[in-house]
Design a protein around this ligand. Structure first.
Ligand code: COI
Length: 357
């Protein structure tokens, strides 16, 4: 057992209105914190009140972006249990990102213990309404006060919690996506597969331009040939073509989504052919022309499944399934949400019970 000290807030906060949560605006009373120093390793895991923290203006993360994060969710089931979806998968991916950013790996067991204790402490903040959840944001930042370029000798790990509703204002409704042909997000050999702030900073310019044209997100093409589909906005992407589900193969520049993995595993369970391979944007448009493109959807932790109703590429517009949510996207969404809220039996052992309210 890990010794995790708990310091509680003096005045617990007021819970937000569950109908007006939005995404990522509210934070719970406490957070989990742990420090790292070269020679000492990760130490002092603790739960403390959620509040501002001190950092030198020279802290390395502020200059060179040495940081990583994760995004996972806790749900309140109808039976009053607090559950987390595929916890260890996320914590292992956190360490994979650490490796890529030269951040010392964490002991997954300690972070897991810390997360469970934090959720027990703040369980009253897990919203009950269907479609809401407690978004869990673990992250690590480099704190060394030094402005030379190198990997830091000091880091702080945090886990903060945010009661949230749908990620997109559109909720589970088809979104319009612009295929990005000017900017690229990442290239193989880079850091595209890590969950690190730089990848999200790199996406902003395209996102702003797409929004101006009325699109919710951009679809990224590969950074070399600008031909193959990579991912969409902050999500992985799937195409259903003539009954077969296709998603870009992980190539080092695509984030290996946990929801992506869940979709692939469910396809296998349901006897739906699913293939991870290169898929060009030309192929997508050609499939549509032949009437073979049945559905397009994004997958991610925040949005779960996000149907794509329209794709725009170099002035060509393609409307998928009359711009309506397809039956397969709907089935996936219902199944995954059903698992998370305890309405569907968890035969894979994906749902971890962490507290009871
Ligand atoms: C997710 O779907 O988990 C994401 O990556 C979105 C997050 C950056 C808000």
């Amino acid at each position: 057992m890990v010794d995790i000290a708990v310091t509680k807030v003096k005045t617990p906060g007021t819970l937000p209105d569950p109908d007006k949560l939005g995404f990522g605006h509210y934070f719970t009373d406490h957070m989990f914190v742990m420090d790292y120093e070269t020679g000492k390793g990760w130490h002092s895991p603790r739960i403390v009140p959620y509040e501002q923290f001190e950092l030198y203006p020279s802290a390395m993360v502020l200059h060179y972006g040495q940081a990583i994060f994760e995004g996972m969710k806790a749900f309140r089931t109808d039976a009053g249990e607090i559950v987390v979806f595929r916890t260890l998968e996320y914590l292992n991916r956190f360490n994979r990102s650490a490796e890529i950013l030269c951040i010392p790996k964490t002991d997954v067991a300690v972070v897991h213990e810390g997360l469970k204790k934090l959720l027990e402490t703040d369980k009253r903040w897990v919203p009950a309404k269907h479609g809401t959840s407690l978004y869990i944001r673990p992250f690590i930042v480099a704190t060394d006060p030094y402005v030379g370029v190198k990997s830091s000798d000091k880091y702080t790990l945090f886990i903060i919690l945010s009661p949230s509703g749908a990620y997109y204002a559109a909720g589970f409704n088809p979104v319009g996506i612009r295929v990005e042909d000017k900017y690229v997000r990442a290239v193989p050999g880079g850091i595209g597969e890590a969950k690190t702030p730089g990848n999200y900073a790199a996406s902003l310019r395209a996102q702003v331009e797409a929004k101006k044209e009325g699109y919710a997100q951009v679809l990224w093409l590969d950074g070399i040939e600008r031909k193959y589909v990579e991912e969409v906005g902050t999500m992985n992407i799937f195409f259903k073509i003539k009954g077969e589900v296709v998603t870009p193969a992980l190539n080092g520049s695509i984030l290996g989504g946990i929801t992506r993995k869940t979709v692939l595993e469910l396809c296998q369970d349901w006897g739906v052919k699913a293939t991870e391979r290169q898929i060009s944007i030309d192929e997508v448009f050609a499939a549509h022309e032949k009437g073979e493109l049945e559905e397009v959807f994004g997958s991610g932790t925040a949005a779960v499944i996000s149907p794509v109703g329209e794709l725009s590429w170099k002035g060509r517009k393609l409307v998928i399934g009359d711009g309506k949510t397809g039956p397969f996207s709907q089935k996936l969404f219902d199944y995954v949400a059903g698992l998370q809220y305890g309405k569907v039996a968890d035969k894979h052992g994906w749902v971890e019970k962490v507290a009871k309210v």
